[in-house]
Design a binder for this molecule. Structure first.
Ligand SMILES: C[S@@+](CC[C@H](N)C(=O)[O-])C[C@H]1O[C@@H](n2cnc3c(N)ncnc32)[C@H](O)[C@@H]1O
Length: 243
């Protein structure tokens, strides 16, 4: 297998799923496969335990926004984990792509989860805050202006924490993803788009530079970037009864 030159970000590569006219059946299979693929590559169990669960409580419902939720598997997983841990959480998954929203909304309902066909800027315009704002695999899709908008919106919407998780570009990530998703290649966009995603994704230093001051990049999982907002109030504010 040939690994492309990953020295620089490939901003020109386009994912098949971003084509509004792409094959709908293959797109829906891709949403369906996100759940299994995300469970392996994205490390959200650990990210939830470290960065989200400490903000959730048994006696007060925390609100979580999953921006660019796609098929909605992260929104559903967060609600399930919170319930398993005896914490109260209401999770909203938003995506402005009507194909993603329709698929997510059609899946069996999970208590504490709702989906809306909306862009993050729509929620800012509504003035509707959330305790925690997260996303998964959204950052690498965006150009610099769209990234600035997402980061501005996340800050405007989040009361306590923003955590945007994405792939970190690297040859090992490319090799492992290429081999691991080979059996899925003919059914959906998952393999081809995943490899394109790795070429489009940031190194930790590039992401920190693109995000700018007030943001930091953690690496809680192999080949992952977790972009965290350092400018938000201390987590303890959730406990003091003022929120
Ligand atoms: C690859 S999908 C990610 C799907 C899902 N989060 C996952 O990990 O399986 C990226 C999605 O982000 C959405 N998106 C991009 N910018 C957004 C924004 N500012 N607000 C809401 N959704 C956004 C796009 O419509 C697209 O469906």
């Amino acid at each position: 297998m040939r690994v492309p030159d990953l020295t620089t970000r490939d901003r020109t590569a386009v994912e098949l799923m971003d084509d509004p006219d792409c094959d709908l059946l293959a797109l829906e299979r891709t949403y369906a496969q996100f759940r299994a693929v995300n469970a392996v590559v994205a490390g959200w169990q650990l990210t939830y335990r470290r960065y989200v669960r400490p903000l959730l409580h048994a006696d007060r419902t925390a609100t979580i926004l999953d921006v660019g939720c796609g098929g909605g598997d992260l929104a559903r997983a967060l609600a399930r984990w919170a319930q398993r841990d005896g914490r109260r959480a209401q999770v909203t998954g938003i995506d402005p792509d009507p194909r993603a929203h329709a698929w997510a909304a059609r899946q069996p309902p999970v208590p504490g989860v709702s989906f809306r066909c909306a862009h993050s800027s729509d929620l800012v315009a509504e003035g509707r805050p959330f305790d925690v704002v997260v996303s998964n695999h959204v950052l690498h899709h965006l150009d610099q202006h769209e990234l600035d908008t997402l980061l501005h919106d996340s800050r405007a919407l989040a009361r306590v924490r923003v955590a945007h998780s994405d792939i970190a570009r690297g040859a090992w990530a490319y090799r492992l993803f290429s081999v691991g998703t080979r059996p899925l290649a003919s059914e959906s966009f998952i393999r081809e788009d995943g490899l394109t995603s790795i070429r489009r994704s940031y190194t930790p230093a590039e992401l920190a530079a693109a995000a700018g001051p007030g943001w930091r990049v953690a690496q809680p999982w192999p080949a992952r970037n977790l972009l965290l907002d350092d400018g938000l109030p201390d987590d303890s504010l959730l406990d003091d009864g003022t929120r």
